[in-house]
Design a protein around this ligand. Structure first.
Ligand SMILES: [Zn+2]
Ligand SMILES: [Zn+2]
Length: 226
């Protein structure tokens, strides 16, 4: 397997297919100056490997201060409990996915992966449309983008004048048993298009660079599901 890699100033890929395991979503690390931020946690089996990847990039895993869970699917939340136990980080998620993240159940999709979900306590609950979190010298916007699940969030961080968007499961899919709503998802995608991001870090398909490419990627899925 290849290692993690730098995406742009202070942003790294530290997990996902080819890095920690094919069942994992793409996992991203942001160096906030005073502490590290993780976006999503993967399925769970790759956590130890991810810690090695983080060390190989020159960071110290106990410096992980915050873990943002973009939504309640097992490939994004499965490693959260283990990471919290290892680092004592603060776990952040939206209130509409809270029940699933803290208690598990069919909405995690764990059955599809044939794994057991180890629930995690959420320390900071996002309730509004957008919530700004300050960590180190960065401002992290958690934006409610429901559709794939009711409590899906996207994360926007401006680093060195580049707007980096962690859109995670922009590509869907949608299922009634997850509480998906494609009409609301379209509104969420319009919200993301309005952000004018320079870099998009997606949940399974990697990194898209440049405002035009980011726009094309999101619009491509709006066309696909129209
Ligand atoms: Zn998902
Ligand atoms: Zn996913």
């Amino acid at each position: 397997m290849k290692g993690g890699y730098r995406i742009c100033e202070r942003v790294y890929a530290v997990g996902g297919e080819g890095i920690t395991g094919s069942g994992d979503c793409c996992i991203y690390l942001v160096d906030c100056g005073d502490g590290l931020l993780l976006i999503d946690s993967g399925l769970g089996m790759g956590v130890e490997r991810m810690m090695e990847v983080i060390r190989s990039l020159g960071f110290d895993p106990p410096s992980i201060r915050m873990l943002i869970l973009t939504h309640s699917h097992i490939d994004h939340i499965g490693g959260a409990k283990r990471i919290k136990d290892l680092t004592n980080c603060e776990v952040v998620a939206h209130e509409l996915d809270l029940q699933v993240i803290e208690h598990g159940g069919a909405r995690t999709g764990a059955g599809l992966y044939g794994v057991r979900y180890d629930p995690v306590k959420v320390d900071r609950v996002i309730e509004g449309e957008t919530e700004r979190i300050e960590l180190g010298d960065l401002e992290i916007d958690c934006i409610h983008t429901p559709g794939h699940t009711p409590g899906s969030i996207s994360v926007l961080v401006e680093v060195e004048k580049q707007r980096v968007l962690f859109g995670q499961d922009i590509h869907g899919p949608f299922a009634p048993e997850w509480g998906s709503d494609i009409t609301i998802w379209r509104e969420s995608m319009e919200k993301l298009l309005g952000l004018g991001a320079d870099i998009l870090c997606e949940g399974h398909f990697g990194v898209f660079r440049g405002k035009d490419e980011v726009r094309r990627y999101i619009e491509g899925y709006l066309d696909y599901y129209s």
